[in-house]
Design a protein around this ligand. Sequence first.
Ligand code: IVH
Length: 713
Amino acid sequence: MYSQQEQRTLFDLSKAFLNGGGALEKESPDEQANKLRQVIEYHEYRYYILNDPVISDAEYDQLYKMLEKLEEEHPELVTPDSPTQRVSSDLSSDFPSVEHLTPMLSLANSYNEEDLVEFDAQIKRYLNLPEDQDIEYAVEPKFDGGSIAVVYEDNRLARAATRGNGTVGEEMTNNARAIRSIPLRADFAALGIYKAELRGEVLIRKDVFKKINEQREEDGLSLFANARNTATGGLRMKDPQEVAKRGLEAFIYTLGYAVDKDGNDVLSRFSTHEESLNRLNEIGFKVPVEGEERTVCKNIKAALGFCHAWQDKRDDYPYEIDGMVVKVNSRELQERAGATSHHPRWAIAFKFKAKQATSRLLRVEYQVGKIGSITPVAKIEPVQLAGVTVSSVSLHNEDFIKSKDLRIGDMVLVERAGDVIPYIVKALDELRDGSEQPIEFPKYCPINDTDEPVELVRIEGEAAWRCPVCVCGAQNLQKIIFHVSKNAMDVEGLGKSIVERFYELGWLRTIADVYRLDYDKVAELEGFGEKSAANLKESVEKAKQNPIHRLLHSLSIHHLGQKVSKIIAAGINHVLDLKGWDMEKFTHIKDIGPVVAENIIAFFSNEHNIKLLEEMEALGVNLKQTEDDRPKAASGDGPFAGKTILFTGTLQTLSRKEAQAKAEAAGARNISAISGNLDILVVGEKAGSKLKKAQALGTVEIMTEEEFLERVG
Ligand code: IVH
């Protein structure tokens, strides 16, 4: 329908209008109106037909309002086919067309308090009501899905259609039947209605949407951009069976038409909007819940309060909503106010701040984490998203960039959804002009502050590229913080903020620097003094003597946790023994998986790391195994070698901790629950359900504390 070139031109033109483009103001009103119509038509096509808008709703509204204003100032310019002269269209040729019983209009939009107050004032003027008289408003969510009109005749669902262009919609009765919340029969007779047309919105719950996408990802299908597209797309599927699977729901928000058997209008039986929704609810329709999602406010100020409250909790609501709708509650006043060709005068949407916006991807920067993972971050032209200025968006990893085919210079659609983290939905590739540059994920560490380039590595099965070397600043700071932390080398008095301070001062560049601090200088630092410096020195000296399993854990080797460090430590005499280890060697050690083994091999085959450890040893850090320190548990001997064990009940001579340590020393592994994996259960006094369970299993060796002590010797 539109060529790529045309799309680009129309998009640029839209932005020029939105940015108050000076060049456009020089053009004649006729020319401006013409261009505005073209861009609006284009965006309507993107939104309604393709289900794939390239600008935010707010931006569209802004363009629409510009055209309205221009036409108001120059009525002679209004053409019958101007977008302002009809409601927008979502017609395509896939479904038969049907005429709605009364036109399905759109809504006027407002974005702030002034707009709402002005709306209230305008109605009063229109209805000749005194300025200080309160009008009662019904306020409810503005659901962000696809609108639908359902017709009931003689208590039966007779027809369903999308909004289409407002006058004519697409008939999709069979699809509507697949939506559980649209009753196939309803007791309209009880309301004195023979034929009715109800309007509502078809939606999908956010969690259902998430599950659908998760499944699609698993099946290797493309992902839906958002819940709205999933709902409107679902409504237009060819196969009602498939529609049923999507879990669509329909909220009814208006009774648009109602006649009795003789064709007399019976809408006036419902004195308020509130009442009509309540009655529809009573006969089985899903409507926004009164008192929670919808309420009646005594005046516009109260209505505004309700809108604001919902703006704050929109993310907690299970469905996507993009605003609230404020409706004059009295049906009589509604009728008196009437409608323009575009929207009823008695209702207005209070739109929440946009969660999506388009912006240009300017460049990609890279950040590094403790274990060296390189995270690409897109720098975009700053845009407002749900009230926050966003200029950086994480791109997660190389695969993300590839799957979205993002390029430098691309216009991208950015969304800030429920959670606060913004993300890139997609690149608007139809707007490319060929100058966009592919994003080359770096081969070498982009943060590295040494002369020698350091090649990044990617471990099989993981998404991130990593810098394997501890020579680059940002990564090293994180490594130093971890190295001295409680579970690692446990250097007391060297917490995160002090490490950061020393790092800023240039005193700490690598973990080896921890062991060559100049304590005279430390003593001179504000907040330190002789005593603190001496204490720090003492902690560092103590840390130097740590058993090597602590040192291993402190090296920030990915997946090398405390437990695995102990197992490895038990099998070596010197940390640098690991230099010569290969995969084969690791396969003999129980509980060491191939992933951590690879990481250890990679670390110890890197000469920077070896140098670092040698430096540390020269500075007095212990790299040697001492028999006292050798963790006892692991390497496969002892009376309980390879067994799992669990203690239950009160032990008489040992504390639980001591017992577990003894068990470990005897080669057993402590586990915490009874299962088929358990080999030994040691029972103390008052052993309860665990003993029973173990007995029931019949595969567990059960022993007393005494027997246990005898066995471990
Ligand atoms: S009233 C005659 N109420 O918003 C009044 N519309 O921008 C027109 N919408 O196409 C509709 N929630 O699909 C109304 N509570 C609500 C709504 C709602 C969502 C949609 C509707 C309409 C669009 C107008």
